[in-house]
Design a protein around this ligand. Structure first.
Ligand code: ZN
Length: 345
């Protein structure tokens, strides 16, 4: 994949094309902007441009043609399959965080010359999930970056990165995609019918991910119960009431097909959604831009909740949700997890 396969974001594509052509790319970049607009795709396209074995020419919005990844050579194919040895994608683990060991591993790899390509590209997706110790571990490398490595931090919540990390990395700010661009993507990559694609795109506020998500009834339900739980916990100082709220959170419809595994999965999904709301509350409490919210349509609800959840409480709540999800993945009893969580948030 190269720049030619990226929809929208013409000025960012121009900037990247020029920096690669002139070899002036900074050793570290933060790619920010709403979820689901193509930040990670652009990071992968850039990795392609830096390692493609058969560069082609790309016309970036009227500017002179510049070298672009071909998308078909061995290197491009290995990048697309996620197996190129010099293009390393680091994502949150099952706990929802990127831990310090993951950073230590890539930092030690980055100290060596690339194995097969020209530049080593390390992409942190959801970089705001780097725990503070991991960010600190990365900081040293960002201060004295190895010559042949580029670090790309992809995040829709850049203000949750440490100020020291942000100050080292120039930011590329992505805006939302246009309705037409989203509809095109839904048709081309997700097999939507054109009319359905336009309808989904219209209410997606610039994000492909949101266009797809807002349609799923599971997601709508999970968000509703998560918001109800936060409201209830906000107004529940005593432990007894809190445990009752926890029960509601764990409460799953006991249908004939319900199983312990399905219940666990439902609860995990609800907790992840609860996590996004608490994350959003941190954003609102910190005076962050609405564009960074994962649940932008719940903005007024969040403004209401932020009276009870300041940055600290929302942050602690989010950390507790992460621990709860981790415990569930390690087969802890849902009841024990939910009871504990209800007392933490
Ligand atoms: Zn190629």
């Amino acid at each position: 994949m190269g720049l030619a396969q990226i929809k929208g974001h013409a000025s960012i594509r121009r900037l990247i094309a020029r920096a690669v052509a002139r070899d002036t790319l900074p050793p570290c970049l933060v790619l920010t902007g709403p979820d689901g607009v193509g930040k990670r795709r652009l990071a992968l396209a850039l990795a392609g441009m830096l390692n493609c074995e058969a560069l082609t020419a790309h016309e970036a919005g009227g500017a002179a043609a510049s070298p672009d990844a071909c998308g078909v050579c061995g290197a491009c194919q290995r990048i697309a399959r996620g197996v190129h040895t010099d293009v390393i994608l680091v994502e949150p683990g099952e706990t929802g965080s990127i831990r310090i060991d993951a950073v230590r591993t890539v930092v030690s790899q980055a100290a060596f010359r690339p194995f097969e390509g020209r530049r080593r590209v390390v992409i942190f997706d959801d970089a705001d999930r780097l725990v503070p110790e991991a960010q600190n571990a990365l900081l040293k490398t960002l201060e004295e970056p190895p010559a042949a490595s580029v670090f790309l931090l992809v995040t829709s919540r850049p203000h949750l990165l440490l100020a020291t990390v942000r100050s080292r990395c120039p930011e590329l700010r992505f805006g939302g995609l246009s309705t037409d661009e989203i509809a095109d993507i839904l048709v081309a990559r997700y097999q939507y019918a054109p009319t359905a694609a336009l309808a989904a795109a219209a209410s997606a506020d610039g994000s492909v991910a949101r266009a797809i998500e807002t349609g799923s009834s599971d997601h709508v339900q999970a968000r509703q119960s998560a918001a109800v739980v936060l409201r209830a916990l906000a107004a529940a100082p005593n432990p007894k009431r809190r445990l009752e709220v926890g029960k509601e959170l764990a409460g799953v419809r006991r249908g004939s097909r319900s199983s312990a595994a399905a219940d666990r999965e439902t609860l995990t999904r609800r907790l992840r959604v609860l996590g996004t709301l608490l994350r959003d509350l941190q954003v609102v409490a910190a005076g962050g831009d609405r564009a960074w919210l994962a649940n932008v349509d719940l903005a007024s609800e969040l403004e209401e909740l932020v009276r009870s959840y300041d940055t600290d409480r929302a942050g602690r709540g989010f950390a507790s949700v992460e621990r709860a999800v981790y415990a569930l993945t390690r087969n802890a009893s849902p009841k024990v997890v939910v009871d504990w969580l209800a007392l933490q948030i």
